[in-house]
Design a protein around this ligand. Sequence first.
Ligand code: HEC
Length: 461
Amino acid sequence: MILVTAALLSLTPAVDDVSYAKDVHPILAENCFKCHGPKKQKGGVRLDMKAGLFEGDEGFIPVVPGDPDGSLLLEVCELPEDDPDLMPEGGPRLSEQALGTLRAWIEQGASWEAVMTEDEAEQRLVLPGLTAEQEAARAQALERVGAAGAIVLPVARDLHALDANLSLLRAAAGDDALAAMAGLEPSLVWLNLSGTAVTDAGLASLAGFKELRRLNLSRTAVTAAGLTHLAAMGQLEVLNLYGSKVGDDAVAAIAALKGLKRIYLWESAFSEEGFTALAKACPELGIDRGLAPVVEATPPVAGAVNETCPVSGSAVDGTIVTVYESQPIAFCCKDCKAKFEADPAAYAGNLPGARPAAVNTKCPVSGGDVDASVTSIFEDQAVAFCCAKCKAAFDAEPAKFADKLPKAKAAAVNTKCPVSGGDVDAGVTSTFEGQAVAFCCAKCKAAFDAEPAKFASRLKG
Ligand code: HEC
């Protein structure tokens, strides 16, 4: 009984604050932009820009904030699998989870923000190379902060840029933890200190972190005095002060942050007058007062990618985490963590956004064996490569290498039918959470399609 409930819960779309950048943009980018983006606008529809999403003829507006049932985008994605007007055209239908996210986003008012393309974002994170001395200092710092329980991860393959998250440590992380980061100055681009015990004085340790792009000081005791230590951070773009003590006297310190694009001040100490003064001092700055959902303010479990344990399906305890494929994964208990670490491949499919299995085992560029963690999406299928160089060569000119790929459709994640338990027929499949699921017969497929939650827990292995 408990297990069934857990499986259902894990499939319930997250309905708390849906963020365009974090939740919605990735769905549209993966499924829609190739026909409704910069290169093509099928049916005259363009979904990668604000105007295209929110404008249109009466009754044909893709997104009507607050009105999911009046939004054409959702209507065409919720059509039955066999409807010729179903989007994405040619299928497969979006997962129930993705549809739930889109619906919740529209219900919550469909807040929108500009999102950098992946190329742009990655370009911004190519930092100057490190000297041998810097490498050594960085390695020592990583050891110190790792031992203290902070999660520090590379933000992208082949880049030395780092993302540090101390929010898991809550009050256990204070000014000492900031001092321990000395040595990460040339690499640290994102820093999450939400809910930690850092103080104004402690922020002095960050003064030399000139590569920081995003800093989260939400729910800390930081005030205007602390912000003066950030003055040299010319790259800082996003500053989250949600629930902090920062108030009207911080206008000058914020205005001094010349690169700042967005600031979160929901439940800070700012008054109406303060907001007015800030808007006047920084006319280009996106000021979020909390009228719309606050991005990144309350991560589900402070940075972990999952809210349900990939082993048991129960809700996770945010303090029990491991790192898998450069991402923090949380568990419900230590036993599950140990099981996962012993055989991550067996459970990775239960993680949100799990990568679909690649269609190939040989690199289409070099012909060598692939590394399953280096992939691109090509014609809706995951393609794996032997190394990042080959991926880059493929991404630049996929047509040149496409005929080296097997023609078959994505391999199913299972060999036993999740409904009957019998051997599967590889020709009878559905797509569930971005992965191909095979069945023994069309009847079982129909049963699964009608109620995937009921059978999803049987999809291991
Ligand atoms: C392979 C190309 C392709 C993909 C991928 C695709 N579409 Fe479309 N879309 C089309 C075409 C073609 C039309 C025009 C259909 C027509 O006019 O009958 C269209 C039309 C639409 C329309 C307008 C429908 C109408 O009745 O006017 C919407 C809204 C839409 N698509 C949304 C989406 C969304 C959302 C996604 C991603 C989940 C998506 N599309 C993915 C090809 C695509």
